[in-house]
Design a protein around this ligand. Structure first.
Ligand SMILES: [Cu+2]
Length: 126
């Protein structure tokens, strides 16, 4: 194999590597993002999702309603209370000053349906 051919092979490998990285990168969750969606389990709705936040900046909640009815999402310790329409996907940004720094876990519940099972957001290092 000539030196020129080896050079091309290396450039190709680099291009493939870069391509793979670009494909994977958008799927990595951005820091400070927490995702929620609802499913139905044995007749009761359940908020699914959550994650860990670090209190270093604002938190963005990405909420998707896949149910045919309105859902509520409320977090008392983050001053959040919103209604999500059927099929709607909403990004709710919570400024750091709205987050209660004394709790180690935030309860994410639905203010519309008392039986809608809550989720939680954990705080890193607490
Ligand atoms: Cu609900």
């Amino acid at each position: 194999m000539t030196e020129a051919l080896k050079g091309i092979r290396r450039a190709d490998l680099f291009a493939v590597g870069l391509f793979v990285l670009l494909c994977i990168a958008p799927q990595v969750q951005a820091a400070g993002d927490v995702l929620f969606t609802t499913s139905e389990m044995e007749g009761s709705k359940i908020w699914e999702g959550g994650g860990t936040i670090d209190l270093k900046g604002p938190v963005t909640l990405k909420v998707r309603n896949t149910m045919p009815s309105e859902l509520g999402i409320a977090i008392d310790t983050m001053k959040v209370k919103e209604v999500i329409k059927p099929g709607e996907e909403k990004a709710i940004t919570v400024p750091l000053e709205n987050i209660d720094k004394t709790v180690s876990e935030h309860k994410v519940y639905c203010q519309l349906h008392p039986k809608h099972i809550p989720a939680k957001i954990k705080v890193a290092g607490k």
